[in-house]
Design a protein around this ligand. Structure first.
Ligand code: PLP
Length: 494
């Protein structure tokens, strides 16, 4: 199995794709073709635990890793790190819907599923590639990736990690999670800008010749923990495969029976992993792409025109406050059957004018499989209140967007197919907004008192990783302009 680029052809194995993160021309690595599971392989996976299923999926893509290496990576990532050793359980919320709960890991958001594994995949890749260089993981975060990457990479040998987050674009709990991070190899910095500024800055630093030389001189090389790295994507394919296996196991689906997925979307990584799962044989009918007020993807799916020239909104689902969805590039590559000149052209247009259009053939293919919808904060809050009132189920503000858009899809289409809704974060990470949805009561000023209130109101427990932050010292206080990101890196790596 080899990987090629979205913007020009290349041929590398998975260890190189994972270690490099991006292709030399700034494109993304994609598999040359998709491995598929046979019916027999699926039925064998139905009886496996999560680690077994993860090893099966990884084995299809990381053919340059030995079975022993894959086993080592998977066990290290998923044994003893998630509640009940169950990284992706399903919860029945009625009306033929299941929540795929992806927030039982060390930082309480779905990014843990990938970022607990990535350090193992990366350090194994570095050993295989044998350059002896230290890996510098650069991260731009809308909140959850940053902490999950820090938790995964802190004090991992032969790695450094540098995280940039938008100063005013993350929740208080997310900020506290990042600024209290311990570890000798970690740097965390706020930027005076939004997530797109952080992401663009990181991408520019990646391809900057001077920075590359600076790293080489220090026997280092950049890598990425953002979902532009294929090593982030492959662990996300696993939980869609696993959800399907669980649904077959408990009799909710017959083998081969189709279901729909609903995904609260920002950078398009999570929903793309579902698309890749379908390519491997998971019977998914519709991909329901749910956005908040930053609804650039809803418009794209409806019109075929991607246009980031619009007002940026700060919402109660900050991890989806994104106008440039990086992983859409991989979707474009699929839609035009791997025509990389075409993808390169569209990405150049996006860079130059902030806008591109896909042709009718691509749009038709997209619309056959995708439904795009969006909702505002008030609608999200109503969804939180309703599901708590009717089902006693607590969900966060991102998952609420998916819940609401999933309902709209049903109403508009009449399609009652079983919905698997990606539940991407614990409600406790976004307690103020969730509380506002559930009560008119005045909220206490203290962050931890808010968590207590939410626990009291809902009869649920505060996740230990958040409760344990209380009293931790804030270690990272710096904030830089977006033009100063490269300088921050030089200063902190030297
Ligand atoms: C990152 C994130 C998303 C968006 O996922 P993408 O893969 O970027 O589309 C949604 N919800 C939460 C809680 C997140 O952390």
């Amino acid at each position: 199995m080899f990987f090629t680029g979205t913007r020009s052809r290349t041929e590398v194995d998975s260890a190189v794709a994972i270690a490099q993160g991006l292709t030399a021309d700034g494109g993304l690595f994609v598999p040359q073709n998709f491995p598929e599971f046979s019916a027999e392989e699926f039925s064998a996976m139905v009886d496996m635990d999560y680690c077994g299923r993860a090893a099966a999926v990884l084995g299809k893509y990381l053919t340059d890793y030995t079975a022993g290496e894959i086993e080592y990576c998977v066990q290290g990532a998923y044994q003893g790190t998630f509640d009940n050793n169950s990284p992706a359980p399903l919860a029945d919320i009625g009306d033929n819907r299941r929540m795929l709960e992806l927030w039982h890991g060390p930082t309480c958001a779905f990014k843990d599923l990938a970022l607990q594994l990535l350090p193992y995949l990366l350090t194994t890749a570095l050993k295989k590639n044998g350059t002896g260089r230290e890996a510098v993981i650069l991260v731009a975060t809308s909140g959850d990736t940053g902490k999950a990457a820090l938790a995964g990479f802190a004090d991992v040998k032969d790695t450094r990690i540098v995280v940039f987050y938008p100063r005013d674009g993350v929740s208080d709990m997310q900020k506290l999670q990042m600024t209290t991070q311990k570890g000798k190899n970690v740097s965390v910095c706020a930027i005076a800008g939004n997530f797109d500024d952080a992401q663009n800055g990181v991408k520019a630093i990646f391809t900057d010749a001077e920075m590359k030389q600076f790293l080489l001189d220090n026997n280092m090389a950049f890598s990425s923990a953002n979902s532009i790295n294929f090593g982030r994507l492959v662990p996300q394919i696993v939980y869609y495969v696993s959800a399907y296996c669980d649904l077959v196991k408990d009799g909710s689906l017959k083998a081969g029976e189709k279901f729909n997925v609903v995904v609260p979307t920002g950078n398009f990584g999570n929903i793309l992993a579902a698309v890749y799962a379908k390519q491997m044989g998971v019977p998914i009918k519709k991909f329901i792409c749910a956005s908040n007020r930053n609804n650039v993807l809803t418009d794209f799916i409806r019109t075929g025109i991607y246009d980031r020239n619009r007002q940026f909104h700060t919402t109660e689902s900050p991890s989806m406050d994104i106008l440039i969805s990086s992983n859409l590039e991989r979707m474009l590559y699929l839609l035009c059957d791997g025509d990389c000149e075409k993808v390169a052209g569209m990405m150049a247009e996006l860079k130059n004018s902030g806008r591109y259009a896909i042709d009718d053939g691509m749009l038709k293919k997209l619309q056959q499989e995708f439904y795009g919808g969006c909702c505002d904060d008030a609608t999200g809050r109503a969804a939180i209140a309703k599901i708590f009132k009717t089902r006693n189920y607590l969900c966060d503000t991102h998952t609420a967007v998916a819940l609401a858009v999933g309902e709209n899809y049903r109403r508009e289409s009449g399609d009652g197919t079983l919905q698997v809704i990606a539940s991407t974060a614990s409600a406790y990470k976004f307690a103020p907004a969730v509380l506002r949805a559930l009560t008119d009561q005045e909220l206490p000023a203290d962050d931890f008192a808010k968590l207590q209130l939410l626990a009291g109101l809902t009869g649920t427990e505060i996740p230990a990783p958040l409760a344990n932050l209380k009293g931790d010292a804030v270690l990272h206080k710096e904030c830089v302009a977006k033009e100063e990101m490269a300088e921050f890196i030089r200063r902190n790596l030297a």
